[in-house]
Design a protein. Structure first.
Length: 359
């Protein structure tokens, strides 16, 4: 499991190069203005660390980072926008610098695209994490034609801004590198029904999908009363809509709920069999086979993981909410673990986006 620790020490910044829309780029070897960093970055709200804000329009942006310090050991990660982990902390020794490139989806609303958590902060927000963060260089460049991995899903994958809950697609960017933009459109409370009926969802997303993009579809948790024929028809409509844009649909079965029987096995409800007795993951598997499209079996993977951990230890992956420990939603560490399962499935399925996964 990849750890996520908040800022515990001041960030050392020695230089920054900012190549934003409308900003002139200096010739090779020409020093950048010294106030560029000061204009975009400042200490965190607790007086330590570093946060940066860039006044940019929605779109894809490449962030090139040089991490570490020439004088001290460092441990540096990066969160962007609505608590999205794009870089797990990287440890560097004194005098050693590590170079990383990530691509970020900037949008308004900042978290869930239906706006249920508000608009958030305009532009691009960066928060450096780790036990001793240090950044030696930073550049931000617009990448309007970056390849995109879209996620259509529910609260188990959502970008969460105002709660301790985390979605697996919120943590997935830390497993990818380079030019791939993870565009997480997961919306809490959504189902196959609402994704087609709510004009803020598929009707808004579909025109943005470009040929060659991959679209992960994980909808089942909120189809609690959806009949099987309706569920099948809705998934097929989403699949056809993605294909109509020249993109690749990929079905993802849902992560299990923390519901165990007396023998330590996940119950049918925990495996997302709905109140009508419809085994929703089984329907997804059948559709994937019939439509000859990839399937990432997150239900099977998460079921095996939870049963291996057992009813007690597996609680550590779930969010501790004011009403009590959630049986469905993950904390940051749990979401990162589930995202790792998704990354493994992407690699095993030999999807084109597997080329962007970290080794």
């Amino acid at each position: 499991m990849r750890g996520r620790t908040r800022l515990l020490a001041a960030v050392a910044v020695t230089s920054a190069v900012l190549t934003l829309p409308g900003t002139a780029v200096a010739a090779a070897g020409t020093p950048r203005p010294a106030d560029q960093l000061a204009q975009n970055c400042a200490p965190g709200t607790d007086g330590t660390g570093l946060t940066c804000s860039f006044d940019v329009a929605p779109g894809a942006y490449e962030i090139q980072l040089t991490l570490g310090s020439r004088t001290a050991a460092a441990d540096t990660g990066l969160d962007v926008e609505a608590n999205r982990t794009v870089l797990a902390p990287v440890a560097t020794t004194a005098g050693h610098l590590a170079h990383r490139t990530v691509t970020v989806d900037v949008r308004t609303p900042e978290s869930m695209p239906d706006g249920q958590e508000g608009d958030g902060t305009p532009g691009l927000q960066l928060t450096f994490t780790g036990t001793a963060p240090a950044v030696s260089a930073l550049s931000v460049t617009a990448r309007p034609h970056a390849p995109r991995l879209y996620v259509i899903s529910d609260s188990t994958a959502s970008d969460w801004l105002n709660t301790v809950q985390r979605g697996w697609a919120q943590e997935l960017p830390q497993y990818v590198h380079g030019s791939l933009d993870v565009a997480n459109w997961a919306v809490s409370g959504s189902s196959t029904v609402s994704w087609l009926s709510n004009p803020a969802l598929f009707a808004t997303l579909q025109p943005q999908i470009q040929p060659g993009d991959e679209v992960l579809i994980q909808l089942a948790h909120n189809d609690k009363t959806t009949p099987e024929d309706t569920y099948r028809a809705n998934l097929l409509t989403l699949i056809d809509g993605v294909r109509a844009r020249g993109a690749r649909p990929v079905l993802v079965t849902p992560p299990v709920r923390h519901l165990f029987d007396a023998d330590g096995k996940i119950t049918p409800t925990g495996r997302i069999v709905n109140s009508l007795g419809v085994d929703l993951p089984a329907v997804m598997r059948d559709i994937a086979q019939q439509q000859d499209i990839p399937l990432l079996d997150l239900t099977a993977d998460s079921e095996a993981l939870m049963e291996q951990l057992g009813p007690d230890a597996s609680w550590l992956l779930y969010a501790d909410l004011p009403a009590g420990r959630s049986q469905t939603h993950f904390n940051a560490g749990g979401a990162a673990t589930i995202a790792g399962l998704v990354a493994g499935e992407i690699r095993a399925a030999h999807l084109p986006d597997a080329a962007f996964l970290d080794n």
